[in-house]
Design a binder for this molecule. Structure first.
Ligand code: ADP
Ligand code: BMX
Length: 279
């Protein structure tokens, strides 16, 4: 059965026709952050219009909390979703097919567990992206609700803001500006690789915080591995930098970090699988 799978993140929106793990077509557009959810859905409908009739159901993997078909931001700075937006209702009306919706990182955790880096053992997925999202698969089941929302844990600056606001791609850009450089995260990484001290300091700080989070996750859940994804998490050198910060941790306590095997497609593939099962 072919599923139209959609991933709406704080930065980009992806859509693909998915059958199992095979992606027939794929689109990628920026999420128009200020436009709001009606516009985000319309953009997907417009860009996927040529696929009408080729899919039986739809799966949405979205940044934020999805409960009873309603969608809300936990951190509006990551994406300003209005509280309780009726995502499943609106999308069902717009696309005319059954709709299943869940959190993006929880979907990605499932994708990696079943088709990616997973080994059948308990796993945590962590995306370091616009925010920081997470998903937990225990005993072969993805945990729903708030479970895995690690980016919402209080950050290091006296608990004033969520961890993701002091670690993620958005933070990297803000820090670069403070250091006098107008640069997206990718540009900061490029500068860091070329040895610019200001950029190295920012990347290292972010990786230290992400590494510390993984260390804490290990103590809470003892997963077999922590799968890292997201635009920042998968940027060249970032996971190595995290490992560097963990090198003094006692072996039994140290998390095993691996890169997402499905790359940026983990959410799409995970939600397609769960939507195909009827949610
Ligand atoms: P989303 O949050 O929409 O799921 P991403 O996983 O691509 O999207 O994460 C977006 C964040 O990752 C942004 O802050 C962006 O600047 C950053 N980013 C994207 N590509 C790279 C890259 N190659 N290197 C470093 N950071 C990147
Ligand atoms: C935030 C939160 C999570 C999400 C994570 C990663 C919102 C809007 N989102 O912690 O639900 O999984 O960001 O989102 O509160 P991404 O856009 O960085 O992929």
């Amino acid at each position: 059965e072919t599923v139209l799978a959609v991933d709406i993140g704080g930065t980009k929106t992806m859509a693909a026709l998915v059958k199992g793990t095979v992606i027939a077509d794929e689109i990628l557009v920026p999420t128009a952050r200020e436009a709001g959810p009606d516009a985000w859905l319309e953009a997907v409908a417009e860009r996927t219009a040529q696929w009408r009739g080729r899919y039986a159901r739809i799966g949405f993997a979205v940044t934020g909390l999805v409960q009873d078909g309603r969608w809300s931001a936990l951190n509006p700075a990551t994406l300003g979703i209005p509280h309780g937006y009726p995502l499943v209702d609106r999308a069902t009306r717009l696309f005319g097919k059954p709709v299943f919706a869940m959190n993006d990182a929880q979907a990605a955790a499932w994708g990696e567990y079943k088709f990616g880096a997973g080994s059948g053992e308990n796993l945590v997925f962590l995306t370091i992206s616009t925010g920081i999202g997470g998903g937990i698969v225990i005993n072969g089941r993805p945990l729903p609700g708030l479970a895995g929302h690690f980016g919402l844990i209080r950050g290091p600056s006296q608990g004033r803001s969520p961890l993701e606001d002091e670690t993620s791609g958005r933070w990297i850009t803000v820090e670069a500006l403070k250091a006098g450089h107008e640069a997206e995260a990718a540009k900061v990484f490029e500068n860091a690789r070329q040895g610019a001290p200001w950029a190295r300091a920012i990347v290292s700080q972010s990786a230290l915080r992400a590494a510390t989070l993984c260390r804490d996750i290990q103590l809470m859940l003892d997963p077999n591995q922590i799968v890292i994804g997201g635009g920042v998490g998968l940027a060249a050198g970032y996971i190595d930098e995290m490992r560097e910060h963990l090198k003094d941790v006692a072996p039994r306590l140290a998390p095993r970090l691996v890169a997402a095997k499905l790359g940026g497609r983990a959410g799409i593939i995970g939600v397609a699988d769960l939507a195909g099962e009827g949610g």
